[in-house]
Ligand binder design. Structure first.
Ligand code: GLU
Length: 481
């Protein structure tokens, strides 16, 4: 039987890094097994689900290259793939459970349930349904429903017994039935809860393995009972470790960005992001840290997944991203930079700057900040006064002299310009650091830039001379003030 796996995100809020993480592991397994990877939208929470959120899930997973074989937008033989379009299916299945007695109708009002919860909380008891409607005669319950009385459908959890499964990552996990609440399966509005819809869909969509985050483990006993009640074989189950903040708490947007949109907008490369997510719980047999998706798929094994919570470390991601950025050939890097401002800039100048910044770029969004002075002359300002130990008048004279020398310099290559300036520096008797830092600040307005004479060569003689003279004039006036 061919492997079929899925992710089942709920379309609420921004697309989450955790969705991409679980998608990656499922897709790697499907790829390795020659199986299918499905995307199902679990939009049964009517108040929180939005079409915008769904669209962002599609968009961000596509950006990462984590595409799916079947899903709401691409179709497939097991659709519809959006739970809100499957309501009659859940209704039919609930009727089967009612008929067999595996589920029952519950007419308790929300006031009664609230009061019950309050009592249990005060008595420091676990909050759970007390089973008031459990033993209503089915004919009576059905009559009340037909008469229009509001009700939900609940799963009848056995009074005792063990519910166990073998997690493909964690080994055997078991639960005691008495700890489990009679779960609502179908709400008053005809919408299913997560548990019912998830189990029915996984079965009808032929899912062979459910791989999802560890936080869903407590749902498994309810799912096992549902599989049993329907007479179905449960799929294999694997629970991936939760992603964690550096302080080891569950990843949350209060502590660091969790939206995939943020990572895209900051200019993390999709392939770096995928590689980073692969390192969250998975390791290669040879310990290698940099590898493409295909290599993950090749070596994927449930035994290679750890259970200890991997830390989502932005520093590590930045390092990985820098590594991927440095490997891009110039044309490819220019194309990646296009949405970050480069598309509106002179392509020849962009091409000339790229070799100077590629080493230092950690995120594409740094492009503007690292290179703006190549496109716009800086305003001379007080930073000039802070350079070196020389008085402003002397600084002005030095810059003027450098401008005059460069004006007459025919060969404006980096090496020739450097030789010329070193000669001038020696004659002036300034320290190398003072001399070149003053030139740097004069021409770029900043203290950290790519190698200085390379930068001059890209800017060209006229522009460099103009900027040096503007800075000299500013320093001259600063002396008078
Ligand atoms: N809708 C659940 C979620 O938002 C799906 C969990 C599962 O994979 O079963 O993650």
């Amino acid at each position: 039987m061919s492997v079929r796996v899925r992710i089942a995100p709920s379309p609420t809020g921004d697309p989450h890094v955790g969705t991409a993480y679980v998608a990656l592991f499922n897709r790697a397994f499907a790829r390795q097994q020659g199986g299918q990877f499905l995307l199902r939208i679990e939009d049964t929470d009517r108040t929180r689900s939005t079409p915008e959120s769904e669209a962002m899930i599609f968009e961000s997973l596509r950006w990462l290259g984590l595409t799916w074989d079947e899903g709401p937008d691409v179709g497939g033989p097991s659709g519809p793939y959006r739970q809100s379009e499957r309501l009659p299916i859940y209704k039919d299945h609930t009727e089967k459970l009612l008929a067999s007695g595996a589920a029952y109708l519950c007419f308790c009002t929300s006031e009664r349930l609230d009061a019950l919860r309050r009592e249990q909380t005060t008595a420091k008891l676990p909050t759970r349904y007390d089973g008031a409607c459990r033993d209503l005669a089915p004919a009576e319950a059905s009559r009340r429903r037909t008469a229009g009385e509001a009700c939900v459908v609940r799963l009848r959890i056995p009074a005792s017994g063990e519910l166990a499964f073998d997690d493909l990552v964690r080994g055997r996990i078991s639960f005691q039935a008495e700890q489990i609440d009679d779960q609502v399966l179908l709400k008053g509005d005809g919408y299913p809860t997560y548990h019912l819809a998830n189990v029915v869909d996984d079965h009808l969509m032929g899912i062979t393995h459910v791989m999802r985050a560890e936080e869903w483990i407590p749902s498994v006993p309810k799912h096992l009972l549902l599989y049993r009640a329907f007479g179905w074989t449960p799929p294999g189950m694997a629970h991936l470790p939760l992603l964690r903040n550096p302080d080891r708490s569950k990843i949350s947007k209060r502590k660091q960005p969790t939206s995939l949109n943020w990572y895209r907008d900051q200019g993390y490369l999709p392939e770096a992001m995928v590689n980073f997510l692969a390192l969250m719980g998975f390791s290669q047999p040879d310990g290698k840290e940099i590898f493409p998706f295909e290599e993950m798929a090749r070596n994927f094994a449930f035994e290679r997944i750890t259970t200890s919570g991997p830390v989502f470390d932005l520093k590590k991601l930045e390092w990985l991203n820098g590594t991927y950025l440095r490997e891009l050939i110039p044309g490819a890097l220019a194309a990646r930079l296009a949405p970050f401002g480069a598309s509106a800039q002179d392509p020849a100048r962009v091409a000339a700057i790229l070799p100077l910044v590629q080493e230092r770029l950690k995120r594409l969004a740094e492009w503007g900040e690292l290179t703006d002075f190549f496109f716009t002359a800086p305003e001379p300002g007080p930073l000039l006064l802070e350079q070196g130990k020389h008085p402003a008048a002397e600084g002005a004279a030095m810059l003027e002299e450098a401008a005059a020398a460069l004006q007459d310099q025919a060969d404006f290559s980096s090496a020739a310009v450097e030789a010329l300036l070193r000669g001038k520096q020696a004659l002036r008797g300034w320290k190398t650091g003072d001399y070149f830092m003053t030139l740097r600040v004069a021409v770029t307005g900043r203290k950290a830039t790519p190698p200085l004479t390379d930068t001059f060569a890209v800017l060209g003689r006229e522009e460099v001379v103009r900027r040096l003279r503007a800075a000299a004039a500013w320093l001259g006036r600063a002396r008078e003030a």
